[in-house]
Design a protein around this ligand. Structure first.
Ligand SMILES: [Zn+2]
Length: 309
């Protein structure tokens, strides 16, 4: 193996420069230590690291478990952003705190908006929603939309580090194949749920794209908002209890930072099963059940399937 690689490299030295790029594809690309890449959320850092491979290290701004909707950056976060060369964000209004932070942090960054090119889903007629919100930024709950994230990250890294183009293209293609396999796996997993039970009640509006892709109905939300920064009123909760009873929604799905007392009350008042601990806006710790983006979607899907099948 080493011998063969050495021969290719020696061969490159002997040919004219016009052929050198063809040879370069066979030679391992060196690690770009100079480029500082920071992704805002852990799931974006995981996607980006899959594209970057061994060539770049992708740092994460937000600690594991933090909620991007209500995130309060520390002075260290400001410093990290100021020192970054490439900043990867979800975009589409998801990181409400970021615009001000980038302005205050100073420095020169290339911004990669992972969701660039995706358009917000249309809400279904009976779906609860926040009229003030311009759109749903939770695209990553459909792996086929995460493919667009990966393409944007690939193009952004290539722009920042053109010499790594072949590496990023190859890694992105391999990862996109995994995302397409994930999509197929989720279809298989949810196929055991009877169509009449494909009903989701969640704590905020995270699962819209998942619902559209895999044939679920969004029945209700504890906080009918695209942001966890908003909370629900007593009137909205009373309405939700009525809706859960009227639709026979079997379960209420709560994310990591949801209010357990509120969930217990809903379970008492409706008879629905409460499923806690879904990973949605952050991966788990490395030794937890959802340490990668793909494992996060697999884990959540399995929890949903277990409760509804
Ligand atoms: Zn959210």
């Amino acid at each position: 193996m080493f011998r063969a690689r050495g021969l290719v490299w020696v061969g490159c030295l002997l040919v004219v420069s016009a052929l050198a790029s063809a040879c370069a594809a066979n030679t391992p690309t060196p690690l770009q230590k100079g480029l500082r890449v920071v992704a805002i959320e852990s799931f974006l850092a995981d996607m980006a690291q899959n594209v970057a491979g061994d060539r770049l290290h992708v740092d994460t701004l937000m600690p594991i478990g933090a909620d991007p909707h209500g995130f309060e950056p520390t002075p260290q976060d400001v410093k990290k952003i100021a020192e970054s060369d490439v900043l990867i964000l979800n975009g589409a209004g998801f990181e409400e705190f970021l615009q001000k932070l980038v302005q205050n942090a100073g420095g020169e960054h290339q911004l990669i908006q992972a969701s660039k090119g995706l358009t917000s889903r249309a809400l279904k007629p009976n779906e609860p929603h926040d009229a003030d919100n311009p759109g749903d930024p939770h695209f990553w709950f459909d792996p086929t939309k995460a493919v667009t994230y990966v393409e944007n990250i690939r193009d952004g890294l290539t722009h920042a580090d053109p010499a790594g183009a072949a590496t990023y293209a190859q890694n992105a293609a391999a990862y996109i194949a995994k995302l397409n396999a994930l999509d197929e796996k989720i279809k298989q997993q949810v196929s055991v749920i009877p169509p009449a039970r494909r009903k989701l009640v969640t704590d905020h509006d995270t699962f819209g794209y998942f619902a559209d892709r895999y044939g679920f109905e969004i029945v209700g939300m504890i906080a009918p908002s695209f942001s966890t920064a908003d909370s629900s009123t007593a009137q909205q909760l009373a309405q939700l209890i009525d809706t859960i009873k009227a639709t026979n929604a079997p379960a209420i799905f709560l994310e990591q930072n949801a209010n357990p007392a509120l969930a217990a009350q809903l379970a008492r008042d409706t008879g629905a099963q409460v499923v806690t601990g879904l990973y949605t806006h952050s991966l788990s710790e490395p030794n937890g059940p959802a340490p990668t983006y793909i494992q996060m979607l697999e884990y959540d899907t399995q929890k949903i399937v277990d409760a509804l099948k």
